[in-house]
Design a protein around this ligand. Structure first.
Ligand code: INS
Length: 556
């Protein structure tokens, strides 16, 4: 965290206090009430979300395109066919480098600001895409995919953070979900591009190279967009923070009160944090230079572990990100064509498009409901659907006569599976998988990306970086273990294991994940200060819903 360089905004605090005081309701939470009366996010915030969301498109595209790339490379790299080891390394190096990038750029996002990290990710996306398109060797490809991994790792944590720090709280969930729409949309585009280019000689070079285009476009557009008001305020640029909030909320008089309310809460959080740091004997914010920076990172890490509220936020964020991956979804994303081929579908690539399309379509449903229904409730409704889908898959695999060949072979044909089972049970598996993916996309596929709202400003970036690293670590684990598990544990065992992971995840969500929908970013920290805050959050969410219903009924 850099030293606040005071700008000409000294009177601002007094102004904030006066207006904030004026607008606070009897319950002392007036700003929250004001924000909830905003009807729509406004054009500026939409433009900003869409431009930032392009990183999600790149994330989805680069992770989705690999399955068709691998089957189109033939002998183009190192003048030989790809071995199983080559394929595993090319696929998994992206998640591995993403895993390293997220906590690292979590530190950078505090020191440079959120926007500069997105710009850095764009440069990496362009370099990685062109590198892959031009490479002639397997190791060159692994190098290019690793650079893309650094880009995906940085973008996947900083973009939700950027959007959530800019969004008015009633729309924060939906606006962050736009990123997930871009991710899942990017995966659909990748499947389609893969299918279009797979027939062309060296078409895979286009598949991977095309990723440079949106990144370059985003780089150009992002220059004109602002830094987040929370980060600006944190580094002492209070007037700039106020100007950005003015663009987010609009110029009218009522909004002035809302803006001051937001600034007031941010300031209160910063002051409380400084007091706590003083008591703990933390690093002097006035110091600069590398040593002080490293000390500050150490201080951030120990704050995350030692302060109860931060620790709880970190546990919840990492738990959700871990379950998002360990429930096995990406084994379908990466290997559904292999599975559908194994169980006898004649056109496995086309069948696997149904997985990507369901994922995208149901993320649209999440987009519609996430703020109305709430994060916690949406998980409570959707995880059981995943459990049913996975359990049905495990049962159905019992009745499919699988060929004796290795599960990793994609060359199997339907006529190797005989009898009635060849017709009915593969269809049951398809329906079960689509059901599972639908449940996933509505809840677990996107709720964990709301992670930034769990952390107070002082550790928001670092905490989100660690949670994103948990996501990529678990993603890596699923990617390398799926095919061996299908062989060693059998498909029934593999899907039964994913089912039990979902059951554990469900219980954990019920016990420790509070409802954060509709709360101001600064209120979430208060909720987690003394405990998990589940009951209190559910009570508050109920009363907020009642309030909105009444407003709708009265036509306000
Ligand atoms: O939120 C996204 C989304 O659900 C993607 O489809 C999935 O591939 C990613 O791993 C996940 O983080």
């Amino acid at each position: 965290m850099s030293r606040p360089e005071e700008d000409a905004a000294e009177p601002l605090i007094a102004e904030i206090q006066d207006e904030g005081e004026e607008r606070r309701g009897q319950d002392g939470r007036g700003e929250e009430v004001n924000e909830s009366s905003i009807k729509s996010p406004g054009a500026f915030i939409w433009i900003l979300t869409v431009v930032a969301g392009v990183s999600g498109l790149l994330f989805g595209y680069d992770t989705g395109v690999i399955s068709s790339t691998l089957i189109s490379i033939n002998t183009d790299l190192s003048s030989r066919p790809l071995s199983t080891l080559d394929k595993s390394l090319i696929t998994s190096c992206t998640s591995l480098f993403a895993l390293f990038a997220s906590p690292l750029t979590g530190v950078l996002a505090d020191q440079w600001g959120r926007k500069k990290v997105i710009l850095l990710a764009d440069i990496l996306f362009v370099v990685g895409a062109l590198w892959q398109a031009w490479t002639t060797s397997v190791w060159g490809m692994i190098g290019g995919r690793s650079v893309v991994g650094l880009a995906v790792g940085s973008a996947s944590f900083v973009v939700p953070l950027y959007i959530s720090e800019l969004s008015p709280s009633p729309f924060r969930g939906r606006l962050v979900t736009v990123v997930c729409l871009f991710i899942t949309g990017g995966q659909v585009v990748a499947y389609i591009v893969g299918w279009l280019f797979s027939e062309h000689a060296h078409g895979w070079r286009w598949m991977v190279g095309l990723g440079a285009l949106p990144a370059a476009l985003q780089f150009g557009m992002l220059w004109f967009l602002p830094e987040t008001p929370r980060w600006l305020f944190k580094v002492g640029r209070k007037e700039a923070a106020k100007r950005v909030l003015g663009r987010v909320y609009g110029p009218d008089a009522e909004m002035k009160g809302v803006i001051n309310g937001v600034l007031r809460r941010v300031e209160k959080e910063i002051l409380e944090e400084e007091d706590a740091r003083g008591e703990r004997g933390g690093v002097d914010e006035g110091k600069n230079g590398w040593r002080a920076k490293v000390e500050r990172v150490n201080d951030g890490v120990s704050q995350l572990a030692a302060v109860g509220g931060n620790r709880r936020a970190l546990i919840i964020a990492c738990m959700l990100q871990g379950f998002q991956q360990l429930c096995g979804f990406n084994s379908l994303m990466y290997f559904s064509a292999t599975i559908f081929s194994m169980v006898g579908f004649r056109s496995p690539t086309l069948t696997s498009l149904s997985i990507a399309l369901t994922n995208f379509a149901m993320t649209l449903v999440a987009f519609h409901f996430i703020d109305r229904v709430g994060r916690r409730r949406i998980l409570i409704y959707s995880i059981p659907v995943m459990i049913v889908g996975l359990a049905l898959c495990a049962v159905a695999f019992n009745f499919v006569a699988l060929p004796k060949q290795r599960a990793s072979s994609i060359e199997l044909r339907a006529d190797e599976v005989t009898g009635e089972a060849a017709r009915l049970w593969p269809l049951v598996i398809l329906v079960a998988m689509v059901t599972y993916v639908a449940g996933y996309a509505v809840g677990l596929g996107n709720v964990p990306w709301q992670q930034s709202e769990l952390f107070p400003l002082s550790v928001r970036s670092l905490g989100s970086g660690f949670a994103t690293a948990t996501n990529w670590g678990s993603n890596f684990l699923i990617g390398i273990s799926f095919l061996p598990m299908m062989e060693g544990l059998t498909p029934v065992g593999t899907f039964a294991l994913y089912t039990s992971i979902c059951v554990v995840g469900y219980v954990a969500v019920i016990r420790i994940y509070p409802e954060t929908a509709g709360l101001g970013l600064e209120d979430v920290g208060e909720l987690l200060r003394e405990g998990w805050g589940v009951e209190e959050s559910v009570r508050r969410a109920r009363s907020r819903r009642r309030e909105v219903d009444e407003r709708v009924r009265d036509g306000r």
